[in-house]
Design a binder for this molecule. Sequence first.
Ligand code: ADP
Length: 450
Amino acid sequence: MVDDPGLKALGEAARLSPDNLPLRRLLAEQLLNKGYLADAEAEFRAALVLAPKDPDIVAGLAEAFVRQSSHGEALSVLEPLLAAGGYPPRVGVLAARALLGEGDLYKAAYRYHEAVSRDPSVADADLAARLVIPEAAAPPQPAGDAYPAPSSATHEQSTAEIERSAFSFADVAGMDEVKEALRVKLLLPVQQPELFAAFGKRAGGGVLLYGPPGVGKTHLARAAAGELGAAFVNVGLADILDMYVGSSERNLRATFDLARRHRPCVLFFDEVDALAARRSDMRQAHTRQLVNQFLAELDGVDQSANEGVLVLAATNAPWYIDVAFRRPGRFDQLVFVPPPDAAARAAILRILCRDKPLEEVDFGAVAKVTDQLVGADLKGLVDRAVEVKLHESIRAGRAIPLSTRDLLAAAKAAKPTAVREWMATARNYVMHANESGAWDELMPWIQRKW
Ligand code: ADP
């Protein structure tokens, strides 16, 4: 029961005008500051209904959970923000606390160090001390940063799974240049080896896809596997990162071996910046060991080790990746996956709607009013329009087809995820750091106004 008179008055005012977002937010924050955690949780939830993606409200709710030791709940509310990237550093620290509460020391350490590297003022000495991985848990390690032996054969199990992709490049709208780059790099050497050899080119090496969250990097990788008729392994952080020193390296090796046993195979690493971060940024030797293991697996024990294994990776934060990964034979091609322009948005919408009951739809009109929305946002938009239509159809007792009007209505409610923020972050990192020309593709995009 709240017995603070100021808070009581604020609570009363919020009850009288329940849609007043600034008021509810203030009430929630004060409840949190004064330690009324269950009440703060309820208020943040109510505020979140009014502003579903507001990162400060999400962070407030997560903090209320963490302080009540509900770490799983905190992680599930933080998850969309973490996945989108570009979140406030405070969110990274909260995620670290929640992950630590769940016993996930390794990921907690990663989130914490990433947050502090972006904003040193969020550092927390007590938390940092709890994030040091006990040396006792470590298997014997070679001295220093010795290069680990790449695997030859191993009986470790990978938690990643083999998929057969039902998608091909025809299912990826727009992105013509990106698709062409992948075709030359990944598909031609396999489909037409003689042609490739005639020009003295050697197959191999991976591609690093980078760009704002939700632009379709994962979708593209899956489609590349389908295009090639190759198996697809989608590796997430949870398949690799492990709290015990040495285990992450073993997981990584087992995952490469899984792909090698299923050639031809596209091995796709999502959020690869967490596995391939710059070694100079890392405070702990164990994370450097993981980077070294990754490099060793990419190189392979011999030339044929990775034959038929096409390594693709995606990141929203390419500037965190150690330059060693860009050497020949590793991720030697950086490909920017841009946000879709109007024509590409229309094409994405068309693909997303193709198996739905449809009236004649003017996709161009919807594309016009969805500036800054990326593929994932458009998917959300179509899902919402379909849901509304489904309810209408149930009420009417017959299938009512989706119309331009329905999509336009859903577009009104849709908010862009993070393109503008991503471009601003990218500008900060690469504007004055493009001596090698690595970011040439990105330059025109970040120089534009968003
Ligand atoms: P990212 O990996 O860049 O964060 P995803 O690949 O997860 O983005 O994209 C989310 C969803 O958006 C995909 O599952 C797909 O349905 C849709 N999508 C994104 N881009 C496209 C595209 N170019 N064509 C068709 N669908 C797309």
